[in-house]
Design a protein. Structure first.
Length: 232
């Protein structure tokens, strides 16, 4: 078996845990041993990441221990239509643009982990924040997604397609919840209410968080009224 195949087997075995390296590699002394160790680490890094976006794999994300906080589920709007009408390369560019928007919106102090959860789905976990802060972060993410230009992430040589992609607005539906299941349900609420928006899960909230939920709804209503006045 070749060295590369052997290392890939090690990487696959330990892809979702901290690997136990062979004794001869734990304290690499020679250049050859250090090269082996660096190569293993490189392969492990690759298999733990989504090949397209560089974000965490779904399995890696699920395997991580997470403290209390909020989940933000992000579902790209209109990707299937984009794929069907303009081709796979256009859809890939939209996925990359969405991922870039998410990365740009998150700050180091957010203590967030991000995963590409499906074809056009992403999930974020932000540790140690209340629901209200999660909603604020989700709105920041949506704003950053809106600022992305899909054409910037198209690497093909079709100039006409690139020009078309530059005119297509990037949109997404976001759901926020205390659990991943709640965030997922909130995404469906966002889609039901017209898509390209942020919704938070409120059904069955505990009494301790009911006031926070009411305040969030009031803030959302006031924001809508403010926008309406600006339009008028």
């Amino acid at each position: 078996m070749s060295l590369e195949k052997s290392l890939v087997k090690i990487a696959e075995k330990h892809k979702y845990e901290i690997p136990t390296l062979p004794d001869e590699l734990k304290f690499a002394k020679t250049d050859r041993e250090r090269l082996y160790l660096a190569y293993i680490k490189q392969i492990l890094q690759k298999v733990r990441q989504d090949f397209l976006t560089g974000l965490e794999h779904k399995e890696e994300f699920q395997a991580k221990e997470k403290g209390e906080g909020v989940y933000i589920f992000i579902d790209s709007d209109g990707l299937k239509k984009l794929n069907d009408s303009l081709g796979h390369a256009a859809g890939t560019a939209a996925i990359l643009a969405t991922a870039n928007g998410i990365k740009q919106a998150l700050r180091q102090r957010d203590h967030a982990s991000v995963s590409r959860y499906g074809g056009d789905e992403f999930v974020v976990h932000v540790e140690g924040v209340p629901l209200s802060a999660g909603v604020a972060i989700a709105k920041r993410i949506l704003e950053a997604i809106h600022k992305q230009n899909i054409a910037d992430f198209y690497d093909g040589d079709d100039a006409k397609l690139k020009e078309t992609l530059g005119k297509i607005p990037l949109k997404a539906s976001l759901g926020v919840g205390r659990t991943q299941a709640e965030a997922d349900k909130a995404v469906y609420q966002a889609k039901d209410k017209g898509r390209n928006r942020v919704e938070f899960f409120s059904e069955g909230q505990e009494k301790a968080s009911s006031l926070e939920t009411k305040l969030l709804k009031i803030a959302e209503r006031l924001d809508k009224e403010k926008q309406a006045r600006l339009i008028d």
